[in-house]
Design a protein around this ligand. Structure first.
Ligand code: GLN
Length: 475
């Protein structure tokens, strides 16, 4: 049995009519995981445990007491803590480390009878956009195994894309759910900052980090958001709003909307021609449907990437100070005193890109340069946020590509980090502004490579965003 169900609703229908069991589903995913091992999507598969849970969920379904996620087999990115399971952030420095508690989102998913089938490969500490920065090696795109799946939640995306599980949970700091979703033909949602608890998520840049689902359908994204969102005493940045019934209330938008697209997405030579023509195609379709779609200039466009990288690396340098060879994970065998424990454990434990970012972040925070870089970037972030808010008060949505190019060949861009950083141009705006954004599958290139388009909207307007997405994917 191939397990490409596009939504949990379909699975539930087949479960109800006894055409499948959850145990059978899990077995078929496990078989595919083995078959497609070379994609390198998983850092660990929880085989026995998933099978045991499946039996349990089957009996709960029979007794009529199953939760809302019964039948949903998910994978989690390997920077999400799951009690008594290893978590590595795809870094040598955490290799062998076991979580002592579960992330709030893990508890919420399990409470609704989701089955967690394994933990997925990602860029080390979620730093990257191609999944080439993992200590456990690159992940391969199922659409073309010579190409990257995007990152940093690349393993999570491929697990869903290749039918190794039904849905996955990633984290998005500057695009890490949306960009791999785009590269793998999936729906990827980054909610408003402050929607989903970060408790138990290995921190990268705390003022940006958000958890998000990677799914085949908008319906499943809505359901997972609904279950994961909401106040949590362990994360004080969360909004204390009642969580809307995103899934139950989901209905494709019927009214006419005002949509802005950033004109540089079509005029810049840095954007691939096929990506441009996919964007134009959607602009035309939306206009033909009676929506107002207008080009707008975003004069801060050139500042998005530098601002993001100054702030994200500054926060990372502080967050990653805790990996000192004493508290967590790896300790250099050559260490012989306090200094050498720190120096050697960190030098040997972190990968190249992580070290580069720690140094960059430490530099922009250093006494002599703080005002010139960190403080200035904070001010520019404010401007970007205000400009984005102003646009979103005039328009319902901003439509832009998720990434400037389709998935590229593994190893092609890795050598020059600044080329990779520029790749984040379209995803970091929502991250800097803290607004929600979703990447939706929008077609493929002539070579059959997936391309996604992104919609941004106002803070906490996820329902409108999901409603419009449900309509958009049918266009
Ligand atoms: N590519 C971006 C970076 O490297 C985003 C990563 C992320 O969202 N975790 O920082």
């Amino acid at each position: 049995m191939t397990t490409f169900y596009s939504s949990l609703e379909e699975i539930k229908r087949d479960l109800q009519t006894n055409q499948i069991t959850v145990e059978g589903l899990v077995k078929s995913y496990l078989a595919r995981i083995k078959e497609f091992k070379d994609l390198n999507a998983f850092n660990e598969v929880f085989e026995q445990e998933a099978l045991l849970r499946a039996k349990d969920v089957d009996s709960r379904i029979k007794s009529g007491i199953a939760g809302r996620l019964a039948g949903m087999v998910i994978a989690i990115k390997d920077n999400i803590c799951y009690k008594d399971h290893q978590v590595t952030a795809s870094s040598k420095i955490l290799d062998g480390f076991t979580s002592v508690y579960s992330a709030t989102i893990v508890e919420r998913l399990l409470a609704e009878d989701a089955i967690i089938i394994g933990r997925c490969n990602c860029d080390e500490f979620a730093m990257g956009g191609s999944n080439e920065n993992s200590y456990f090696g690159p992940v391969r795109n199922y659409a073309d195994t010579d190409r990257v799946p995007g990152g940093s939640s690349g393993g999570s995306a491929v697990a869903v894309q290749a039918g190794l599980c039904h849905a996955a949970i990633g984290t998005d700091t500057g695009g890490s759910v949306r960009q791999p979703a785009s590269f793998c033909g999936l729906v990827g949602l980054k909610p408003t900052y402050g929607t989903i608890s970060r408790h138990g998520i290995i921190a990268y840049a705390s003022s940006f980090d958000q958890v998000g689902p990677l799914t085949h359908s908008v319906e499943d994204a809505a359901l997972l958001l609904e279950i994961m969102a909401g106040a949590d005493e362990y994360d004080s940045t969360l909004a204390r709003k009642t969580v809307p019934a995103y899934h139950e209330d989901l209905k494709p938008t019927a009214s006419k909307k005002k949509i802005a697209y950033i004109q540089e997405a079509l005029s810049s030579p840095g954007v691939d021609d096929e990506v441009k023509s996919i964007l134009i195609n959607y602009i035309d379709k939306l206009r033909a449907e009676g929506h107002t779609v207008k080009p707008v200039a975003f004069e801060h466009l050139d500042y998005l990437v530098p601002t993001y990288y100054i702030l994200a690396t500054a926060e990372a340098s502080s967050n990653l100070a805790r990996y000192d060879g004493l508290h967590y994970g790896y300790r250099s065998p050559a260490a012989n005193d306090l200094q050498s424990t720190y120096r050697r454990s960190r030098s040997e434990g972190f990968g190249k890109e992580v070290k580069r970012r720690i140094m960059l972040g430490t530099f922009v925070l250093s006494a002599g340069y703080y005002d010139a870089y960190y403080a200035k970037a904070q001010k520019v972030r404010r401007l970007i946020k205000e400009k984005t808010d102003a646009l979103l008060s005039e328009y319902d949505f901003i439509l832009i590509p998720t990434a400037p190019e389709p998935p590229f060949i593994i190893g092609k861009k890795e050598k020059d980090p600044t080329v990779m950083y520029l790749y984040d141009i379209f995803t970091v705006q929502a991250s800097l502004a803290g607004v929600p954004a979703i990447s939706l599958p929008a077609g493929t290139t002539n070579k059959g490579l997936p391309v996604g388009l992104q919609l941004l909207t106002k803070r906490f307007a996820e329902q409108e965003l999901l409603d419009f997405s449900k309509y958009f994917v049918k266009l």
